[in-house]
Design a protein around this ligand. Structure first.
Ligand code: IPM
Ligand code: MG
Length: 362
């Protein structure tokens, strides 16, 4: 077969970098890797250290070798970074700098965080089941700018008082780039876009709102609604069904996506894709939860968010929609069959949950 012969000389083998990181990162990525392997695609895996694990092994949270592995790969499966033992380090050496550094170095500006309620998880949601059932949305978070990447530091006023500062800013091009993804996504989904800002207080948000408003003329098929972030946080628990695509900045997206995860059952369920183009080559895929050091190594973590991130990897970086759907269907079937880790009210271990997904893979 042509596909086989070309895979023999390596042209069709896709390389997946696995950056497992800290805390529960290794446990959850191991299960996602099992699922990817079970698909029998031509995949090669390359592991590299990142985060606190990399700091302890190599003196830096994002060693140059790890960045090379990430750059070479067709896609990156990322676990989590964060280690309380690193809290006193200077900021440049803290584990979190690894993921921020990867996002910046690879230009991954578009972060897709879909929040949907899987059937059977109504009672795991922090919301009433009839409200929770309505959630089917994507939070589109800008990932390369905002207060995350502005000038920051400490200064001492004349009276000796110490002060910390972080500058928030967006330029027009940055807003246009992420809003374009938002409008395009809205066009392909339900035709509604919510743009979330704080334009009643912040100039950064006023510029954001002006740019998005001007762009909406080019998307007559999309209904644009602006919403202040405080109201959006309230609406997300009051009536999440009103949202389909939500586009927002780096900081607001970070906060709203954690909130959306609990509306959809558990933070252990939400995947994400970080892309540098609408078409999505060389993306990075990670669960939105963190390293959860309190439960690390105990087999308590829910691997579904990472397995669903692997599904997004198949969809956006390997252009394999069929395989992505297979993985998502397997997670759904496992949950319908009653598979539950502790975050979902069950007793399964991380690897038992992986087993259940594998068993459901058709
Ligand atoms: C996330 C995380 C990261 C962020 C941290 C680990 C730097 O909370 O991906 O949501 O704030 O972006
Ligand atoms: Mg976060």
């Amino acid at each position: 077969m042509a596909a086989n012969s070309s895979s023999l000389n390596g042209t069709h083998v896709k390389t997946i970098a696995i950056l497992a990181g800290d805390g529960i990162g290794p446990e959850v990525t191991a299960q996602a890797r099992r699922v990817l392997e079970a698909l029998n695609l031509d995949l090669a895996f390359e592991e590299a250290v990142v985060g606190g694990a990399a700091f302890f092994a190599a003196g830096h949270p994002l060693p140059p070798e790890t960045l090379d592995v990430a750059r070479r790969a067709d896609a990156i499966l990322f676990g989590a970074v964060g280690d309380p033992r690193c809290d006193a380090l200077e900021r440049a050496l803290r584990p979190e700098q690894a993921i921020l550094g990867l996002r910046a170095a690879l230009g991954l500006f578009a972060n897709l965080r879909p929040a949907t309620l899987f059937p059977g998880l109504e009672n795991a949601s922090a919301l009433r089941p009839e409200v929770a059932r309505q959630i089917d949305m994507v939070i589109l978070r800008e990932l390369n700018g905002d207060v995350y990447f502005g000038e920051k530091g400490f200064r001492t006023a004349a009276n000796g008082t110490r002060e910390g500062f972080d500058i928030m800013s967006y330029n027009e091009a940055e807003v246009r780039r992420i809003a374009t993804v938002g409008f395009e996504m809205a066009k392909r989904r339900k035709g509604t876009l919510h743009s979330i800002d704080k334009a009643n207080v912040l100039e950064t948000s006023q510029l954001w709102r002006d740019v998005v408003t001007a762009m909406s003329a080019d998307y007559p098929e999309v209904t644009l609604t602006h919403m202040y972030v405080d109201n959006a946080a309230m609406q997300l628990v009051r009536n999440p069904g009103q949202f389909d695509v939500m586009v927002t900045g780096n900081l607001f997206g970070d906060i709203l996506s954690d909130q959306a995860s609990m509306c959809a059952g558990s933070i252990g369920m939400l995947p994400s894709a970080s892309l540098r183009a609408w078409s999505g080559d060389n993306g990075l895929y990670e669960p939105i939860h963190g390293s959860a050091p309190d439960i690390a190594g105990q087999g308590k973590a829910n691997p579904c968010a990472t397995i669903l991130s692997a599904a997004m990897l198949l969809r956006h970086s390997l252009d394999d929609e069929a395989a992505a759907k297979r993985v998502e269907a397997a997670v759904s079937a496992a949950l319908i069959g009653g598979a539950r880790t502790p975050d979902l009210g069950g007793t399964m271990t991380t690897s038992e949950m992986g087993d259940a997904v594998l068993a459901a893979l058709m």
